[in-house]
Write a protein that binds this ligand. Structure first.
Ligand SMILES: Nc1ncnc2c1ncn2[C@@H]1O[C@H](COP(=O)(O)OP(=O)(O)O)[C@@H](O)[C@H]1O
Ligand SMILES: [Mg+2]
Length: 249
């Protein structure tokens, strides 16, 4: 068993594509993402020009608020993205597609304004917006052009293969406990016996498979450490240096 490489997963290096975190409800996806993001936030290698953005359609307290105080006002969210290391956005479900699209387009405009900047955008419950036959234009753009702009998407979904656009533009799959039918699809798609690997995942709760979609290799991973509860500090959630370089408003 190996440790997760945070940079490989979250850092947009211009080479690797985004990630997909898949598994049944309760299999440990959100917990794993929060726990690894807590480490990534502190990791200096991401640099002061890096921003993490989490969009949680569940608007669930007790989850991503461990990373940063959730924001449900769009204007405040965009300001937070410019100024803070981590932004957690709780969208309005009635306007989910519009709001996600707005944030994605905003990241592209920030990336154009400041070439040093880079972004990790995590979208939980991505299957609400991305189905096998449908994907919002902004997410298609993110999947196809994100790498060049150093915007890395991480989609979290209950089913592994969501859409041909994202499927062709992701390089990491973190596969938690899932349905046998999904192992079939994955085995056919990648030529790897996922049933065999899947047995190991079922043996240990919250363990998962790290599948490298570029190399076709997989590793069985131990459950992540449970995330830490965030201290309720009003300011200075992140003590490191953050450069406020964006001039857009
Ligand atoms: N690595 C872990 N270690 C211990 N408990 C875990 C772990 N991952 C998940 N859990 C437990 O399972 C619950 C559901 O996990 P969660 O990450 O919300 O699943 P998902 O996002 O896949 O629906 C968590 O609230 C926690 O109690
Ligand atoms: Mg979840």
């Amino acid at each position: 068993m190996t440790q997760l490489t945070l940079e490989r997963l979250y850092h947009p290096d211009g080479k690797h594509l985004g990630g997909l975190v898949a598994g049944l409800s309760g299999s440990g996806k959100t917990t794993a993402v929060i726990s690894t993001l807590q480490q990534a936030m502190k990791n200096k290698k991401f640099g002061e020009f890096h921003r993490f953005i989490v969009i949680d359609p569940k608007t669930q307290y007790g989850d991503y608020d461990k990373l940063s105080e959730p924001i449900s006002d769009m204007k405040k969210a965009l300001k937070s993205i410019r100024k803070k290391r981590m932004t957690v956005y709780f969208p309005d479900l009635d306007y989910l597609e519009q709001e996600v699209s707005l944030i994605v387009d905003y990241l592209f405009s920030l990336a154009d304004a400041e070439p040093k900047s880079s972004f990790t955008l995590i979208l939980d419950e991505a299957s609400i917006l991305i189905t096998p036959t449908k994907i919002p234009p902004a997410l298609k753009r993110l999947s196809v052009q994100g790498r060049a702009k150093k915007i890395k998407p991480i989609f979290i979904s209950q089913r592994p293969i969501v859409n041909r656009w994202t499927d062709a533009n992701l390089s990491t799959l973190l596969l938690f406990n899932t349905l046998p039918v999904d192992y079939d699809t994955l085995s056919k798609r990648w030529g790897v016996d996922f049933h065999k690997i899947g047995e190991n995942v079922r043996e240990k709760e919250y363990s998962y498979i790290w599948f490298d979609m570029e190399k076709g290799t997989s590793k069985l991973m131990n459950p992540v450490e449970l995330p830490k509860v965030r201290r309720r500090v009003k300011k200075k959630d992140f003590k490191g240096k953050i450069t406020q370089f964006f001039r857009l408003s």
